[in-house]
Structures are given as C-alpha cells and as structure tokens.
Design a protein around this ligand. Structure first.
Ligand SMILES: C[S@@+](CC[C@H](N)C(=O)[O-])C[C@H]1O[C@@H](n2cnc3c(N)ncnc32)[C@H](O)[C@@H]1O
Length: 211
C-alpha cells in the first residue's frame, strides 16, 4: 500500500516538473543567461579586445565571445592558486576542474590565440597590459568593495576612451552584503568622469563609459 503511494508521488513529481527544485534552478539559470545575453549584446562593443575578470567554470565566457564577436578575449582568474571564502562556501573546494573545463572548451580558440588564459589575481595581471588596450572589460570577481575599487582604478588607464567597463552584482540596497560593487562603481564614476549607461538591480548587470 505504502510502496504504491510512494510510486504515485514519484510519478507525480516526474509529471509536474514545476515543483522539482532542479527544474526551478535550471529555469532561474536559463533566465539569468538570457538577461545577460541581452545585456552583453546591447552594451559591450563588438569586434574588439575584451576581458572577463573572474571566470570560474567559464559559463559566461562563450557568451561573451559570441555576442561581442571579440577578436581577442582575455580570461583572468586565479583558479586553483587562490582559496577565498566563497569557494569554500559554494562547496567547490577545487577550481582545477573549472580551469580544465575552460581549457577543454576553448581548445581551438586558445590554439589560434583568440582566447588567452591568465591564471592569477586580476590586480597583478591587469597592470601588465598596455594603456588603452581594452574595448571592454566584464568584472565578475569577489564582488567586494575594496577589490572592485582597485580593479576600477587600474582599468581607468587600461580601457580605451570609448570603451566600456561592465559587470555583475549591481545591488543598490546599502544593507545588501554585496553592495560593495555598486558603491565602488558610484565613487569611481564621479572621480573619473564616467557615466552609468546601464544598471539593473533585477538582472544585476551594470555598465559604465567615459562621459
Ligand atoms: C562568480 S565567479 C565567476 C563566474 C563567471 N564569470 C560566470 O559567469 O560563470 C567568481 C570568480 O572570480 C574569481 N576571482 C576572485 N578574486 C579574483 C581576483 N582577484 N582576480 C580574478 N578573479 C578573481 C574566483 O576565483 C571565481 O572563479
């Protein structure tokens, strides 16, 4: 009797995927991906040189490459050389797998030089580029105030005058634990005469350009 009931419940769960967590998770991911695609298509310059700061398993990298049609894309992440708290919190103790995944999926682009992988802290890697080198840079690293502030300070000289700096985690609510990105960007645009060309607390994307 009980076995029959559990069987029925299992079948019901199979037939009504809306109440299955993985389905909900998947849907959130699909929507997040769609928002990001629209944002990237609309606000990042095409056919230029770009960088993704914070790559992890490279979920966003192919989207950045495709929708900007970048002639060169630099991927910067310390991966296994760095163990911050969020990696521990996410339960993923090794980022070696993330790096291997990125290297595997971009084998062709790495061989032809369209993608360059930099294993390191962006605050060390970014200063090695010439001034006014990037057409765009997408920041998705620690999402912390100090880190974002320092990244923006370096990018002020590394991004072209008509270039775009963009990123994830726009949280205007000052009590939000990830408000640091928004705070650092707002301070930066005042001191460096940039303007916000897009910001959205729902899809969390933001972009700034020299005014
Ligand atoms: C949220 S994940 C990036 C997700 C990725 N952009 C995506 O959309 O799939 C954040 C990444 O930032 C990296 N990171 C943290 N601090 C960094 C730093 N100082 N420089 C570069 N990357 C950093 C972490 O190692 C982690 O892989």
């Amino acid at each position: 009797m009980f076995t029959k009931f559990t069987k029925q419940v299992k079948n019901m769960l199979k037939k009504t995927p809306l109440i299955r967590w993985e389905y909900i998770d998947q849907n959130i991911e699909v929507r997040k991906k769609q928002y990001r695609i629209q944002f990237i298509e609309q606000f990042l310059p095409k056919n230029g040189i770009g960088a993704e700061l914070g790559v992890f398993k490279g979920h966003l990298s192919p989207i950045l490459l495709e929708y900007t049609n970048a002639k060169k894309l630099h991927l910067v992440d310390p991966w296994y050389t760095f163990k911050p708290l969020w990696q521990w919190a996410s339960g993923n103790k090794s980022t070696v797998d993330g790096l291997i995944k990125v290297l595997r999926s971009f084998k062709k682009e790495l061989e032809d030089g369209r993608i360059v992988v930099h294993v390191g802290d962006d605050l060390q890697v970014l200063p090695t580029f010439p001034d006014k080198y990037f057409d765009w840079v997408y920041i998705d690293t620690s999402h912390a105030y100090e880190q974002t502030k320092q990244e923006l300070q370096i990018l002020a000289s590394k991004v072209k005058d008509d270039g775009v700096i963009a990123g994830d985690d726009w949280q205007p609510d000052t009590s939000h634990r990830h408000h640091g990105v928004c705070k650092a960007v707002n301070e930066f645009i005042v001191s460096e005469k940039y303007e916000i060309i897009y910001s959205n607390e729902h899809n969390l994307q933001w972009a700034i350009k020299k005014g």
